[in-house]
Design a protein around this ligand. Structure first.
Ligand SMILES: *[C@@H]1O[C@H](CO)[C@@H](O)[C@H](O)[C@H]1NC(C)=O
Ligand SMILES: *[C@@H]1O[C@H](CO)[C@@H](O)[C@H](O)[C@H]1NC(C)=O
Length: 753
């Protein structure tokens, strides 16, 4: 976190709670399996018990299997389930010709087979030959002769020349597998799910998946490949067509598997394909429109920093994508999601989203869950979230909201569950209102789960349809603290009877719903802030009745109509102005220590607010120039501090003792919510003390899209000067800067006189 004033951070880190690592959208294999557990033991129903053989953790597998097959209890049944998990096997044993009492060999009866946790590491492998081949494949696709490679990897011999006529699911998790040879699975034409997760696969042969014409789900998650020096590397896929041959493939899990430059393989996914996890796969440079031929519904891109920056891999998924997880990818451009009509869940935790436009949001007609935790979204005025007809869950936790306004409350009114915790807001009566309304709603509503589109299709392979979004968000709702007690049932009902807001708060606690009280100079919980009095809630209702005066009634339309028209045209600007005015009025009401600055003698000419990242510029350029060359006295809170005051008090005091306030702005400044808070504070202070003297210095151009509303408003109304990159133009900059400082000084003097 880049910071302006460290003090804020300390306060907030103390509040923030440790976070558990995020899960990937596709979950873990056993989230959906009913036949096998996490460690490879069978978990079949009682009525299937005599059709299953579980030899997990035994060592003498072949003998035990023989005994088991000959056991009389099994005289009328065939074996469907077989577990050889954690049996210390170094190869797949040649047991599939063993027959049961009916004379059927296992290869004709076994439908579910697990070899979880054996040791299929290739002891005989790393040789010169192998190195050459790896080096070669690193550069271009080459055709390594299958025979040669086959000699190197021996674990799969038990599968060779065996035809499994009914095998549907094969579990090879955690077997230390390093190499997937060609044609290993060639004898498994009916295989639907293949689990190869948690291995050490570093090479997958061109023909590895030949024969898997019916495969629906392929799990290659959590693979760790190591090079010969023991460093972690990405898996090498010999062919970019690896997946293209499996035309029925619907689901591919590459979570936590480093895919590196093999990412071109994704372009082979076809029309039936629906579910993909690239969660933390270190994917870079995904080809343009890589997934446009597919019908992806569930997608996880989390942790691949910058994956959406250069290429639009979501292109073509507008009519299919239903759930997207894209956490921690440095994402900022919400326009990407324009027209994703089917999208129901959008999770964008820990990104850089600052701007969300109503146009994009209004096109998300199916969106039910929007999770924007830890982004850079600021307080807003124009309706955004209320334009989404189905939105039920909204998290703006840990964003840059710097106040809760009435407009914001109205905009989230119909959403069922909201989180606004962890924002650095200034106390005002609407923050109290947020809690009161939520408490009232808790008293009067019954909480209901969020239902997403049905995940089950007619076929039975659950693994290919499963995602965790449903359970993840409904669990948050389930564990929610009911805050009905925070507001007395009758009182709240009466006070807020005209308010139709429906939202409940999902993550209430005293410390994360806290605001900064400017005068008391402390944090306080929303619930201890004063409630709004009538006039603070929008325009007074009985305005006309009060001055029941014929003249007024006549004059009003002539003045009011043009005025309303102007307000309508500039509604955004006015809206902001009203919020600011109201907010500062509230603050002045709360605290009577209002300072009247008329006639005040200032100790300093200018107070400079800057971000730590811009400190060097300030010390190297600004300070010498102003102080030595222009004889302008500068107040820096870090230098000119008064002993015994907190840093924040020092900032306020510095502001009060300076004639002009100068904000040094950069993109970095806007990235830090603490700097933004200082900007907000400066603006409040100016309004309260009825001063005009704010000067903006932009160290770089800040595009309109990146400007928060506060800044946009300030740039419209205040002087701002841009720092030129070229040294030759810097003289002009200093001239302009000096001029604006002197002009403000003169203005002040003339009003005093
Ligand atoms: C493989 O490549 C590395 C560096 O690219 C090289 O040092 C090494 O000698 C090569 N191995 C063989 C067997 O050619
Ligand atoms: C909260 O608790 C109250 C009292 O225990 C209960 O009546 C109310 O239904 C609960 N609210 C929700 C939304 O479940």
């Amino acid at each position: 976190m880049s910071t302006c004033s460290r003090v804020f951070c300390c306060i907030v880190t103390a509040i923030a709670s440790p976070k558990e690592p995020a899960k990937c959208l596709t979950g873990y294999m056993t989230d959906v399996q009913s036949w096998v557990d996490e460690y490879g033991a069978l978990t079949v129903d009682d009525n299937e018990l005599d059709r299953s053989i579980d030899l997990s953790t035994n060592t003498n597998v072949v003998l035990l299997l023989q005994k088991n097959l000959q056991s009389m209890q099994r005289s009328n049944v065939n074996i469907r389930y077989l577990s050889l998990a954690r049996c210390n096997l170094e190869r797949v044993p040649p047991i599939f010709d063993h027959q049961d009492l009916n004379g059927s060999p296992l290869r004709h009866t076994v439908e579910y087979l697990t070899l979880y946790g054996n040791n299929f590491k290739d002891i005989s492998s790393p040789g010169v030959q192998y190195d050459i081949m790896l080096n070669a494949t690193d550069i271009v696709e080459t055709n390594i002769e299958f025979a040669k490679f086959g000699e190197k990897s021996l674990w799969s011999t038990g599968f060779q020349y065996t035809h499994f006529s009914v095998l549907r699911e094969l579990d090879l998790r955690a077997c230390s597998i390093e190499i997937i040879n060609g044609l290993i699975f060639n004898g498994m034409p009916n295989l639907e799910a293949l689990y190869l997760g948690e291995n050490n696969i570093k090479f997958i042969h061109d023909k590895a998946f030949i024969g898997l014409g019916n495969l629906i789900h392929l799990d290659l998650s959590m693979n760790k490949a190591y090079d010969k020096n023991g460093g972690q590397t990405s898996v090498v896929l010999e062919s970019a067509d690896l997946f293209a041959r499996m035309t029925k493939l619907r689901s591919l899990d590459l979570s936590f598997t480093e895919l590196g430059r093999n990412v071109r393989v994704l372009t082979g996914l076809g029309k039936n394909f629906q579910r993909l996890s690239l969660c933390r796969s270190k994917v870079r440079n995904v080809p343009e429109k890589a997934l446009s031929k597919t019908s992806v519904k569930y997608l996880d891109l989390s942790g691949n920093y910058g994956i959406l920056d250069n290429t639009n891999i979501l292109a073509g998924l507008e009519d299919t994508l239903e759930v997207l997880y894209a956490n921690e990818i440095g994402f900022e451009n919400f326009h990407y999601f324009y027209n994703f009509r089917k999208l129901e869940v959008l999770k964008l935790v820990n990104n850089e989203v600052m701007v969300i436009t109503a146009r994009v949001v209004a096109s998300l007609t199916s969106l039910k869950i929007l999770d924007l935790e830890r982004n850079r979204f600021a307080s807003w005025i124009a309706p955004i979230f209320s334009t989404m007809p189905h939105l039920r869950f909204l998290s703006l936790k840990d964003n840059n909201l710097n106040l809760i306004s009435e407009e914001m409350l109205d905009d989230i009114a119909t959403i069922s569950f909201v989180s606004l915790s962890g924002n650095h807001v200034v106390c005002n009566c609407h923050s109290r209102e947020l809690i009161d309304l939520a408490a009232r709603n808790d008293n009067e509503q019954i909480q209901t789960a969020i239902e997403l589109s049905t995940q089950t299709t007619e076929d039975t392979l659950k693994a290919a349809n499963y995602h965790i979004a449903d359970s993840e968000f409904n669990r948050i709702i389930e564990l929610r603290v009911n805050i009905s007690k925070l507001c007395d049932k009758e009182k709240c009902k009466k006070n807020y009877e005209d308010r139709n807001h429906k939202f409940l708060i999902i993550d209430y606690d005293l410390y994360s719903y806290a605001c900064f009280h400017e005068y008391k100079n402390t944090y306080m919980s929303f619930i201890s802030v004063k409630t709004c009095i009538d006039w603070q809630r929008g325009l007074p209702k009985n305005y006309l009745n009060n001055g029941a005066n014929m003249l007024l009634l006549l004059i009003l339309p002539t003045i009011l109509l043009p005025l309303l028209l102007i307000i309508f045209i500039c509604r955004r600007r006015f809206g902001y102005f009203f919020i600011t005015m109201r907010n500062s009025a509230t603050l002045s009401l709360i605290s009577k220590t209002d300072i009247n600055e008329d006639g005040k003698i200032y100790t300093y000419d200018v107070f400079v607010s800057y971000c730590n990242d811009d400190r060097a510029w300030m010390l190297d350029y600004l300070l010498p120039h102003l102080e030595t060359e222009c004889s302008v006295s500068v107040c820096l809170h870090e230098r000119d501090f008064q002993v015994g005051l907190s840093i924040l008090e020092n900032i306020v005091s510095c502001m009060d003792r300076s004639r002009t306030i100068m904000l040094v702005l950069s993109k970095q400044f806007l990235r830090s919510q603490w700097c933004q808070f200082e900007m907000h504070l400066a603006q409040h202070r100016l309004l309260e003390t009825r001063r005009e003297d704010l000067l903006l210095v932009l160290l770089e151009e800040i595009p309109r899209g990146l400007r928060p509303t506060t800044l946009h408003y300030l740039m419209l109304t205040k002087t701002y000067i841009v720092w030129p990159k070229a040294t030759s133009e810097q003289a002009v900059f200093w001239k302009r800067l000096k001029k604006s400082l002197v002009v403000q000084q003169r203005n002040k003097n003339s009003t005093l006189a």
